[in-house]
Design a protein around this ligand. Structure first.
Ligand SMILES: Cc1ncc(COP(=O)(O)O)c(C=O)c1O
Length: 446
């Protein structure tokens, strides 16, 4: 039976025991071998797979060490999930379970118990959904109410009619951009690469304002808003990606003033807002009059496609009439899962933040000891390194050859600048971050 389940397990160039262990891990992760299943004896396995018993012993011992197997006396080995898979803070891909550490995206892992529990509860009460048409609309009333309630509890009074549910923040932006069709849009340099690409594809002209760890360049903002008069601005004032910068209250007031003066619609991306890693967090003000977009993808999981647009009820109503709006709405089942998760957000966020704080500080200590230059960000998911004498592209390509994928600063730049920067997410577990620091040390001066 195992020969069938593990068909094609031999990997050219990789030792047999390691290949076998990797194949078993994958078989567990995609459900071919169930958690709790008992493995055949080593002798049986060796015969079925046509390898020596020593190979099987070595593979199982590796899996045992990693926590994939428990072996009772005389009762053989049973499959289990390693403890860190139950409460992971990084997806496997960034953990280097293969050999590649992929940190091009700053992604948290699903809080497994919470997500699977939410899916189970959502399924149990899904029958009611099937009585409805299933048409996208503005989102399930329950979910709009929960999202509005979180805004209100934070001090931004919000009615459910002011919320449109979307499948994440990028979907929210895509819908807003397609609906508003601004001729020009103010964007930050640096900013999140996907939104830059999206705007460029739509043919919207970007007007750049600089942001650093120190904050937003007021002069740039004033000029950019004037240049984009009548258009839009996309800002990330809360733990900006990639700088981690947090816009102060004065700059927020200035932005609101500039927007009013030049007739600019400000879209604030609040995807990182809840990732506040300050020792003593204080309430974060909002930019008055801005349309906000949010998402559960960084706070819960990138695979939970639930986000929102918060704006005036008239705008939400107009967006709903836009024929493309339905394309950006998550299926009702996904929304029901989000309904089950939102009431648990406070506890989930506490844990997420304390884990991220620990990881940020760990990576920062390791990189500081190696003489890297950066400012500790007050929140978000990454360190934004200042490089000296070597470009981000060069470092990123050397790192990629060594098995570590990172994005250079220029990937975040609307105008191809910021070549002296490199973004290093701290979304991986600390053991992995040690390997990241080691790779960076080696590629810095090859
Ligand atoms: C500022 C910002 N907005 C949005 C996203 C992605 O959001 P979503 O996955 O909800 O589309 C990211 C992901 O890195 C981001 O950094």
């Amino acid at each position: 039976m195992f020969a069938g389940v593990l068909a094609g397990w031999r990997r050219p160039g990789s030792p047999l025991a390691a290949s076998l262990a990797a194949a078993l891990r994958e078989a567990v992760l995609d459900g071919r071998v169930r958690v709790g299943d008992r493995l055949p004896s080593e002798r049986h396995l060796a015969a079925e797979l046509a390898v020596s018993r020593g190979t099987v012993v070595a593979a199982l011992s590796l899996l045992r060490q990693e926590g994939w197997l428990v072996t009772g006396r005389g009762s053989g080995s049973r499959v289990r999930l390693p403890r860190d898979l139950g409460e992971r803070y990084a997806p496997l891909s960034v953990d280097g379970h293969g050999s590649l550490l992929d940190l091009r995206r700053a992604l948290p892992a699903a809080p497994r118990e919470i997500v699977t529990g939410a899916v189970t509860r959502a399924l149990a009460r899904s029958a009611g959904l099937l009585l409805e048409s299933g048409e996208p609309g503005a989102g399930l009333p329950e979910l709009r109410e929960l999202i509005a309630g979180r805004h209100t509890a934070e001090g931004t009074a919000t009615r459910p009619e002011q919320i449109l549910v979307t499948s994440g923040a990028r979907a929210a932006l895509a819908l807003l951009a397609a609906h508003l069709v601004p001729r020009r849009i103010v964007v930050e340099n640096p900013s999140f690469f996907d939104t830059l690409t999206m705007l460029r594809r739509l043919g919207v002209r970007t007007v750049v304002a600089r942001v650093t760890e120190e904050g937003w360049d007021g002069g740039h903002l004033a000029v950019a808003f004037r240049e984009a008069a009548g258009g839009a601005a996309l800002l990330t004032p809360d733990f900006q990606n990639p700088t981690g910068a947090l816009m102060d209250a004065r700059a927020r007031r200035e932005v609101a003033g500039l927007a009013a003066r030049h007739g600019v619609t400000v879209i604030v991306d609040e995807t990182m807002r809840d990732l506040d890693l300050r020792d003593r967090p204080e309430p974060i003000p909002r930019v008055a009059g801005a349309v906000a977009i949010g998402s559960l993808s960084k706070t819960v999981w990138g695979g939970l496609r639930a986000g929102w647009i918060r704006g005036p009820a008239e705008l939400i109503g107009a967006l709903l009439l836009d024929p493309v709006s339905g394309l950006h709405t998550p299926p009702p089942m996904e929304q029901l899962v989000a309904c089950e998760i939102l009431p648990l957000m406070d506890g989930l966020l506490d844990r997420r933040r304390s884990e991220l704080r620990r990881q940020r500080d760990h990576l920062a200590r390791a990189l500081e000891a190696d003489g890297w230059d950066f400012t500790l960000p007050p929140g978000g998911l990454a360190l934004w390194l200042r490089l000296d004498g070597v470009s981000g592209e060069t470092l990123a390509s050397r790192a990629a050859e060594a098995g570590l994928s990172l994005l250079p600063g220029s990937s975040f730049s609307p105008d191809g600048t910021l070549t002296g920067r490199l973004r290093v997410p701290y979304t991986a577990p600390v053991e992995t971050l040690d390997r990241v620091a080691g790779h960076l040390r080696r590629v810095r001066r090859p």
